[in-house]
Ligand binder design. Structure first.
Ligand code: AMP
Ligand code: GLY
Length: 423
């Protein structure tokens, strides 16, 4: 079969790498892809902000399956359009993707269905913010309602700061339309967990859990990023917790969305905070996480095509997927200055040497290929991913590979998975 993957980051490289292993696939395309993906799939240009560009590409390729990586095409309604045309596509409809594209929708949905989440207030004006702040204790989390590529959340240390950030978001100067509505949230404490599931609209099947590292600096310091690294191990949560999360969070979400007429098919990503009061939902994503997809897919032993088709066909069931008991870890190498402004076009050296490290796969995120060499083209450049019997060995392997790679300004966190090792 012919498969088309939409996107061009580290997550899409991991998807392409895993799909490549399926005996069912004869042709694999990725749009727009990147320098590294081009070694595993035929990359084609496409503007993922433009639904017509996507439709005309798919008309030309006639794929038997299209897999959508990032949130933007989901929010544009690509799944709705493909489904109308009878084209097989993996992902939720625009209405179902509101779980990610509108934080106020997600919070009110959680409240309606009594799913645990932080206390919140939805505000459309600075006056509403000021009066709502009376019901909060500092620190207060201020969130833009719309999609903001990871830049829409600020943890304000004081109420004054919260009001200032909210005013800036509401003015449209900071995030454009995404900030025209604000969600204020109680600040939760605990460990974060990325809990992803395949859903067929009715049932769910959990993937192995992972932990992301959102802050740019070691020890969780500095600003938030799209994710600087992630790991996945067999003991990150036990079976009892996994079942609890399915029964009290994931299944109620899928059942609730169906009851509200917006059936959710695809990958449901529950971003959780494991608090002293129990697990609580921080956010939903309607897609694989990046960089969580890299370590998660490295542990998937069964055929990814089967999982995607089961979701589309309404036959997801727990136990269909085989996962390795191994540990896996992804360390993101980023451009100097990221998550702020950064330069691109820096030559990347040492990729061949890094690839020789046992158990390592270097996924490309922001790279281009020119005359046989790779150059940086984005903030997150590479996801150096390793698998081993235990987390310690996986970390040793990933960091050994990172040490072989160089480009001007490169930086990466040295403490991915460190908290888990200490436990
Ligand atoms: P979100 O996009 O909503 O997941 O927010 C991005 C990040 O901000 C999360 O991964 C958390 O690290 C942090 N965050 C979001 N909401 C809260 C909250 N209510 N309490 C503490 N941290 C939060
Ligand atoms: N790693 C978080 C995300 O994919 O949004």
């Amino acid at each position: 079969m012919k498969v088309l993957v939409l996107g061009g980051g580290g997550r899409e490289h991991a998807l392409v790498w895993k799909l490549r292993q399926s005996s069912r696939i004869s042709q694999l395309y990725c749009a727009p892809g990147n320098g590294g993906i081009a070694e595993d799939a035929e990359c084609l240009p496409a503007d993922l902000k433009d639904i017509n560009s996507i439709v005309s590409l798919a008309t030309r390729l006639a794929p038997d399956l299209t897999v959508i990586g990032p949130e933007l095409p989901l929010n544009l309604g690509v799944v709705d359009e493909f489904t109308r045309r009878g084209w097989p596509v993996f992902g939720p409809t625009q209405a179902a993707a509101r779980l990610e594209s509108s934080k106020s929708f997600a919070k009110e949905f959680l409240q309606r269905h009594r799913i645990p989440t932080a206390h919140f207030a939805i505000c459309d004006s600075i006056d509403q913010v000021r009066s709502a702040l009376g019901h909060f204790h500092a620190p207060v989390v201020v969130k833009a309602d719309g999609l903001a590529a990871g830049k829409g959340v600020v943890i304000a240390k004081t109420k004054e700061e919260a009001a200032r950030v909210a005013a800036e978001m509401l003015s449209g100067k900071m995030l454009g339309d995404a900030g025209s509505r604000i969600v204020l949230e109680e600040c939760l404490k605990g460990d974060e967990l990325s809990f992803l599931l395949f859903s067929d609209g009715e049932r769910v099947a959990p993937l192995v859990a992972a932990q992301d590292h959102k802050r740019v600096g070691d020890g969780d310091t500095g600003p938030n990023t799209g994710g600087m690294g992630a790991y996945s191990t067999a003991d990150i949560i036990d079976d009892q917790m996994r079942d609890w999360l399915v029964h009290h969070i994931a299944q109620p979400v899928v059942t609730g969305m169906k009851a509200e007429g917006a059936e959710f098919k695809g990958v449901l990503y529950c971003g959780l905070m494991m608090t002293a009061r129990g697990p609580m939902v921080l956010e939903f994503n309607c897609r694989f996480g990046d960089p969580e997809a890299q370590p998660i897919l490295m542990r998937l032993e069964s055929d990814l095509v089967e999982a995607l088709e089961a979701s589309i066909a309404g036959r997801v069931s727990d136990g269909d997927f085989r996962w390795s008991p191994d540990a896996s870890v992804c360390v993101v190498m980023a451009s100097g200055g990221y998550p702020g402004t950064f330069a691109v076009g820096k030559r990347i050296d040492g990729l061949d040497e890094a690839a020789k490290v046992d158990g390592v796969k270097v996924f490309h995120a922001g790279t281009t290929r020119r005359d046989g060499a790779f150059y940086t083209s984005g903030g997150r450049v590479l996801g150096v991913t390793a698998r081993a019997r235990d987390l310690e060995t996986a970390l040793d392997r990933a960091y050994a590979a990172c040490a072989k790679i160089s480009f001007e300004g490169a930086h990466y966190r040295k403490d991915i998975g460190a908290r888990a090792l200490k436990r």
